[in-house]
Design a protein around this ligand. Structure first.
Ligand code: ADP
Ligand code: MG
Length: 811
């Protein structure tokens, strides 16, 4: 058992403005425990805290100032926890702080650079690296990803995400067994056999979370995310299994609303926006106070899920993320105060070991067999599963003579064989029952009679046994068939995933598909068990589903999307990452080639050494001289060359492995960025459409089936709309032929045909000459539909066109 208080660390986010650094100071020199001093600026102190303290000092295990790298955070905070998880203890790391203070950056990582990857990807990488090194145990790694929003639990890895929205999925609920262990219903566990698979699950969950988020549901600030690595290990042949869980928790923003905000009450009266953080604080207060018997874990889902991490069987670490700018000073002080309380909580981590019943059965079966063998040696008789026919007959004869024997001292001797003893009892019971049924005493003559009937019963008995044997055989065959079917299905899954990855290779990999040396030389990823629910396949289909929306877009919308994309800030990142990815691919390709070269060189050197050896021996034989004791210098040289080449090969191989992880990570970052962009475009598009519906007089008139009321503005808009279409074959008699400008051509590309809108007009005012209003071509080519969605789409197109033209400087 390891007793330990919760470790607390502070991380200060880089400030945008340098001059604000005077707000705090980090004192690393204090004996062993460094401290963070937050200095209240004069104006704030005057305004709010009024003659109160002007600086606050908080102690932490360590304080990571603005320049701390992600690597340092991992090495100092997460690695020790990951190590204890590998040793079989539960671990938790949670980030606490206001929105924007760097919780997600610390736990998951930044969305742009590979070097910004946070604790989760680095921990996964570290754990899988250690598992690969340790061949003394068999490990199983599974992943779950839970989001808690508004006291409801959602499974971020639920494969049904693609089809339904978060709210429609079954909620994750907390169940408690009689031993007060917590179980989470509807939370899926996904086996990950490699770092790559685990990383895919992380990105899949993050993407699902992002997609579910709307401006109304600010999931990223209001929800808690718990990424859990479940690790089981056992030594080969042992029935003891160790289970350890590592929770990596990104909490909701800890910002509070000030209730009063005057008279120095700001720091005490403020209330959390998030209710479960309030309950978390209650639990922390209860735990940090001595002599409290009741800890209110059950008040919220989050405290129930993290029950073991808080005052239980777990090694827990908290990272207080701080954004130390003037306007955040009160929130930063709250965060530090919370951390000081957390630091008082004592946990007791124990090794979670249990006996696997299946393994126990196997062990016992083995023991039985060994005992049987020993018995056979002692008795000199090979013991079969059942008695033979002859043995049965012999026993029954003995029973009969025992019963017939009038001597009260007579004994029934069958030897120290439980099978025989049992049979005797059965037989005696049977005789007794028969006697009861017939209501007559068992005379020896009757026993003899029965004995004479025995052959018949024997026959029946034999028949039944044969049937039983037959059934047994049938069952065995069926079980084997089932196993084969299952294996086939798994193989198919495996192959299909291989196919996919090969496809991906053929599309984007630096290793040509025909070159078997390429991907196969990468670290062995062949899973010992088929990956659960084919996660990577699911990820790619999901991402494709989300990014593939464009395929269904109209041309105009696609065009708008292209512009939106080009102007979006993220496109720089995507482009940068694309470039880096390209470079990494060519690096990987070059490395792959060098590895192949090194391999063939190693082969050649080995060949040369063998040849040289053979030559030396042959020379020795032909000259009849013994093989010289001193080593052959040429052979020595070849050997040292070989060693050198092998070292080079190994170094390149390790580098290629790292490159592979980086490439995968970058691809996932880009996938995620694409989904985000698409989502933002959809939101912008919808917003444009709504604002148009609210503001545009055209809409009001549309509702009355009059798309172009004769107001000056709408007339202007209409003429503008029509003028964009007028290149001679679109008639606008009112205005006469228009000159096609650059913007016309451009606008035509993105402007949809205004068919339904004009069609409704046609119906509403049949007396108006058609040419007056309708361009000829669109009317004939557009289906006559009154779908309101199409109408609003068209309005959105018009608005979008205007906004795009403004953005692109055409208007
Ligand atoms: P939170 O999850 O606490 O709301 P984020 O992690 O999303 O905050 O951080 C807000 C912004 O600040 C993000 O754009 C993030 O990239 C950036 N950021 C946070 N911490 C750091 C850091 N240590 N170094 C660089 N950028 C950071
Ligand atoms: Mg966040």
């Amino acid at each position: 058992m390891v007793k330990q208080t919760i470790q607390i660390f502070a991380r200060v986010k880089p400030t945008v403005r340098k001059q604000q650094q005077g707000i705090y100071s980090v004192d690393e020199d204090e004996k062993l425990t460094p401290s963070l001093e937050i200095i209240l600026p004069r104006d704030l102190a005057d305004g709010f805290v009024n003659n109160k303290r002007e600086s606050y000092r908080f102690k932490f295990q360590r304080i990571f100032d603005q320049d701390a790298k992600q690597e340092t955070i991992f090495e100092n905070i997460a690695k020790p926890v990951a190590e204890s998880v590998l040793a079989g203890y539960n671990g938790t790391i949670f980030a606490y702080g206001q929105t924007g203070s760097g919780k997600t950056f610390t736990i998951t990582g930044g969305a742009e650079r590979y070097s910004d990857r946070g604790i989760i990807p680095r921990t996964l990488s570290y754990i899988f690296e250690q598992l690969q090194k340790d061949s003394s145990k068999i490990y199983t790694t599974r992943i779950s990803y839970l989001e808690i929003y508004n006291e409801c639990g959602y499974d971020l890895l639920d494969p049904r995400h693609e089809a339904s929205s978060l709210e429609d999925l079954p909620k994750v609920t907390v169940l408690e067994d009689p031993d007060q262990n917590i179980h989470l219903k509807n939370l899926s566990l996904h086996q990950a056999t490699t770092e790559e698979e685990a990383l895919n699950l992380l990105f899949l969950g993050d993407t699902n979370r992002m997609i579910a988020e709307t401006p109304m549901n600010q999931a990223s600030t209001r929800s808690h995310c718990i990424f859990t690595i479940h690790l089981s290990s056992k030594e080969p042949g042992s029935a003891t299994v160790r289970h350890a869980k590592l929770h990596l928790v990104d909490l909701a923003g800890s910002e509070r609303v000030a209730k009063t905000g005057v008279g120095g009450q700001l720091l005490t009266e403020a209330k959390y926006i998030n209710l479960s953080l309030h309950y978390l604080e209650q639990v922390i207060i209860a735990l940090s106070e001595k002599h409290r018997s009741h800890i209110p874990y059950r008040n919220s889902m989050m405290t129930s899920v993290l029950r073991d991490s808080l005052g239980g069987n777990c090694m827990t670490t908290m990272i207080a993320t701080l954004s130390l700018e003037k306007r955040n000073i009160d929130e930063s002080i709250s965060t530090c105060r919370f951390a000081q309380r957390v630091a008082l909580i004592k946990n007791e981590a124990v090794l979670n070991e249990e006996i696997d019943p299946r393994l126990m059965i196997i062990r016992l079966q083995k023991e039985i067999q060994e005992l049987k063998d020993e018995l056979a040696i002692v008795t000199g008789e090979q013991r079969t599963e059942e008695l033979t026919e002859a043995e049965f007959l012999q026993l029954e004869k003995r029973i009969t003579s025992f019963l017939e024997d009038q001597d009260p001292e007579s004994k029934l001797e069958v030897g120290a064989d439980m099978r025989k003893i049992h049979h005797c009892f059965h037989y005696l019971k049977k005789l007794l029952n028969d006697k009861k049924i017939h209501g007559t005493s068992i005379a020896s003559s009757e026993i003899k009679d029965q004995n004479s009937q025995e052959p018949l019963k024997e026959e029946e008995y034999k028949k039944l046994r044969d049937t039983l044997q037959q059934r047994d055989n049938e069952i065995n065959i069926l079980v084997n068939m089932l196993k084969k079917e299952k294996k086939k299905a798994q193989d198919a899954l495996h192959f299909s995933s291989m196919d996919r990855s090969e496809l991906r290779c053929s599309q984007s990999s630096p290793f040509p598909p025909g070159n078997p040396e390429g991907p196969r030389m990468l670290p062995p990823s062949a899973p010992t068990q088929a990956p659960d629910s084919s996660t990577s396949q699911y990820r790619s289909s999901l991402l494709h589903g989300k990014t593939g929306m464009r395929e269904e877009m109209s041309l105009g919308r696609q065009e708008a999307f292209e512009i939106f994309k080009r102007d979006h800030a993220d496109s720089v990142t995507i482009e940068d990452n694309k470039q880096i990815l390209k470079r990494r691919f060519s690096e990987a390709k070059a490395l792959g080639e060098s590895i192949n070269e090194a391999r063939s060189k190693i082969g050649r050197l080995k060949e040369e050494i063998t040849q040289r050896h053979v030559q030396q021996v042959a020379l020795g034989i032909s000259e009849n001289t013994p093989v010289p004791l001193t080593p052959d210098p040429l052979e020595e040289k070849l050997r040292s060359q070989l060693e050198e080449e092998k070292r080079r090969y190994k170094a390149m191989f390790t580098h290629l492995k790292a490159l592979k992880v980086e490439i995968e990570h970058l691809q996932l970052l880009m996938d995620k960025a694409k989904v985000k962009l698409q989502k933002e475009f959809e939101a912008w598009w919808a917003e444009e459409a709504t604002s148009l519906q609210v503001n545009s007089p055209a809409v009001n008139s549309l509702n009355h089936m009059k798309p172009f009321p004769q107001t000056p503005e709408s007339q202007h808009e209409r003429s503008q709309l029509l003028s964009n279409k007028s290149s001679g074959d679109w008639k606008v008699p009112d205005q006469g032929p228009q000159v096609v400008s650059c913007s016309d051509v451009y606008a035509r590309k993105i402007l949809p045909s205004p068919g339904p809108l004009l069609h409704s007009q046609e119906q509403s005012s049949p007396s108006t000459p058609l040419e007056d209003r309708i361009p000829e071509r669109p009317v004939s080519s557009v289906p006559l539909t009154g779908d309101s969605r199409t109408d609003s789409d068209i309005l959105a197109f018009i608005k979008a066109r205007q906004s795009i033209l403004q953005r692109t400087g055409f208007q």
